[in-house]
Design a protein around this ligand. Structure first.
Ligand SMILES: [Zn+2]
Length: 269
């Protein structure tokens, strides 16, 4: 599943390519045919992202809400656009580029009020400059589940996925099973600052890199597969060479180095 930085990147790219002039909108697959008919020829005024939710704001208050889910993705073409594959739910054609959305969990027209309902269910998004970390901290304080599980809850923090989750807990030495409510304010603030820095950089660089170039021995731009994370999808910890433990946490793999991230009350073997 894409993490929040991917959605923010899409929002920026779509604004760059399409905003400000009328676009052609269609739904070759047909499931968004009514919405597309309403939008076709309108001006896309702007885009927005909150966590894993993407919004396209068209003239006259029409808003498209997109959630990619596990399988959704946008394909991009230079204009003129090729014949669309028949699974294309939502196609936008601008003067220079076009994009085709396939496989998304949600692609729908929403009213302002309905958008507010979607946003009200989401915690603060570290990429957004209007994010309020106090809300995330308060939500964690109310949860007795492990911090690893709580971080994936979009009501607590919006946009954090499996990679950032595993890595941010690693660099702060926090075991995913530490009760969320046991994370003190100081450690939360440090964790939040890391997420802000990583996720905003992820938007710019279009990839997730959490390792420090000085530890890897090459700049981020030249890092190879397997060098970009400390524990995520690693067999051994990149820092201490201990085995990385992988286990199922609410349907997603958690990765933890139990030497670098001991549970309080336990002693690393
Ligand atoms: Zn380690």
């Amino acid at each position: 599943m894409p993490e929040g930085h991917t959605i923010h990147r899409l929002a920026r790219d779509h604004a760059t390519w399409f905003a400000g002039s009328p676009v052609r909108v269609s739904s070759p697959q047909g499931r968004f045919a009514d919405g597309a008919a309403l939008l076709d020829g309108r001006i896309l005024e702007g885009t927005d992202a909150h966590g894993k939710h993407l919004f396209h704001r068209y003239a006259d208050g029409q808003i498209v809400h997109i959630h990619l889910g596990l399988f959704g993705r946008f394909f991009v073409h230079d204009s003129p656009a090729p014949v669309a594959r028949d699974t294309t739910r939502y196609r936008i054609v601008g003067p220079e580029r076009s994009t085709d959305l396939v496989g998304a969990t949600a692609c729908e027209l929403l009213t302002d009020d309905e958008v507010e309902i979607v946003l009200a269910r989401l915690g603060p998004d570290p990429i957004r400059t209007d994010a309020d970390p106090d809300r995330a901290f308060a939500a964690l304080q109310r949860r007795s589940v492990g911090i690893g599980r709580a971080l994936m809850d979009q009501k607590v923090l919006a946009g954090v996925g499996n990679v950032y989750r595993a890595e941010v807990l690693f660099v702060h030495g926090i075991h995913p099973e530490l009760p969320a409510s046991a994370l003190g304010r100081e450690r939360f603030d440090a964790l939040w600052a890391t997420l802000v820095a990583w996720m905003r950089r992820g938007v710019r660089e279009r990839r997730i890199i959490t390792t420090d170039p000085s530890e890897i021995g090459r700049p981020r731009s030249r890092m190879r597969r397997g060098e970009t994370t400390y524990v995520y999808r690693q067999q051994v910890c990149r820092r201490c060479d201990s085995d990385v433990r992988r286990y199922d946490l609410a349907g997603r793999w958690a990765y933890v180095c139990e030497s670098c991230q001991p549970l309080p009350g336990t002693v690393a073997a």
